[in-house]
Structures are given as C-alpha cells and as structure tokens.
Design a binder for this molecule. Structure first.
Ligand code: CA
Length: 233
C-alpha cells in the first residue's frame, strides 16, 4: 500500500505508541525517537518521507530540531503542540514546519492529513524531475512555472517550500483577484483543516521575502485591507 517512511519524535510514550500503531496500520514504516538529538540522528540516518515533531522534547526542543532539519532537507514536517499554545504554532511555522497538530488530536484526522501531505510532496517531487515545460506565468522579473513548480526571479531560481509555491501559484494564476485568508486556507490546506488564518500571514511573509524588492513595502503580493491578499504582478 504505502512504502513511505515516517519518523515520530515524541517523549510522551502513550502518544508515541498510539501514533506508531496508527501509522503502521496505514502501512508506513515507522521510526521513533524520544528526544531531539536521537530524532536528528534518525532523520539523517533514514531520510524519512515525513517527520512528526513534538515541541517540548528533552535534549533539543522541537523548534531547534525543526530549524536544523529544514536547513538540511525539504522533508514535510508536522509539529505537535499542546492545546492553546498558539504561539507554538506560529514559531513552528517560522522554523519551517509545514503543518501543526494540536494535542489531544483525532488519530483518524491526523492520518488523513499525513496522507494528503505525503501525496502533495510526491507530486511536487515528480513534477520537478520530469517536467521542463508547461504553463509559465511571467510577471515582471518573476517567472512561475506551474508544471515544473520552478520559480525564477531575474533568471535565478528561487527556493520554495511546497506550501509557499502553492500559495504563489494560486495568487499568480488569479492575478488581480483578492482572496480572503479563509479562501486561501481552504484552497491550500483543504476543507477539513482546523486552521488559523495567521498561518496564511506567515506564508505570505515568507513569500514576500522571496519575491518583493522591499518585503516591508510589498508591491506584488499586496494586502487587501479587511479582506486578505492579492497578487498585482
Ligand atoms: Ca513532549
């Protein structure tokens, strides 16, 4: 069924075992670590297809581990945060996590999210390796290739995480149209996502760093007051 390999880093044994059980039942190969250092070693050793990372971990916390992993790999990372720790979600996303799940969580919903995330990251990997042509959208010195998922600015490739690219693609395909944060959340994260609209703001900020001349005075990806965001070209 699935040959994906998932690493879970979590020091709470009952959560760790519940995740291992559910993931194995879905057909994934599972590696587990109970502290940040072991997590980093296993991630380097096994090159997992997806990593689930608790925030509060012995030896090295989940944020630090996420930051290191992100500098080494594009692997999708889901962070686990305790209920109500809003700040954790934002910091986690800042450190490069792709998603977060609040404890306690529904295992079934979590498995759906994992499946979707793995599917998405495989799509982007395939697209990058096979397609050299396809829809190319050019806006000024910015070039967005929807098929190969390659973004160039003044001819130079711009590194994008899958979600950043999805957001950029949505906006450039619909240049001039304003999207609300909720519309963007639904398009990118799906209807079943219990998201926080600030997730969108964080991704917009990252994109601006990459495509704006002056990210503090955006001219391309502009804020539509009281609504959300719009791509102006
Ligand atoms: Ca913990």
């Amino acid at each position: 069924m699935s040959d994906a390999n998932v690493l879970v880093v979590e020091d709470e044994e009952n959560i760790l075992e519940a995740l291992r059980y559910s993931l194995e039942r879905e057909g994934y190969a599972v590696h587990t670590a109970v502290d940040g250092e072991e997590g980093l070693n296993l991630a380097r050793q096994h090159s997992p297809d997806l990593i689930i990372l608790d925030v509060m971990l012995p030896k090295m916390d989940g944020f630090e581990l996420c930051r290191i992993l992100r500098s080494e790999t594009e692997v999708p990372i889901i962070m686990l945060t305790a209920r109500g720790e809003e700040i954790d979600r934002i910091v986690g996303l800042e450190m490069g996590a792709d998603d977060y799940v609040t404890k306690p969580f529904s295992t079934r919903e979590f498995m759906v999210r994992i499946r979707n995330m793995l599917r998405r990251s495989r799509h982007s990997a395939n697209a990058q390796s096979t397609s050299a042509s396809g829809d190319n959208i050019v806006a000024g010195d910015l070039e967005v290739n929807l098929a190969s998922r390659v973004v160039r600015r003044a001819g130079a490739a711009v590194e994008m995480k899958p979600r950043e690219f999805d957001l950029l693609a949505l906006l450039v395909k619909n240049a001039g149209r304003a999207f609300s944060r909720d519309q963007i959340l639904q398009q990118l994260w799906g209807h079943d996502y219990y998201g926080d609209s600030r997730t969108v703001d964080v991704h917009v900020r990252w994109l601006r760093e990459k495509i704006e001349l002056d990210p503090s005075k955006p001219r391309r990806l502009v804020t539509v007051r009281g609504v959300g965001y719009r791509f102006d070209g």
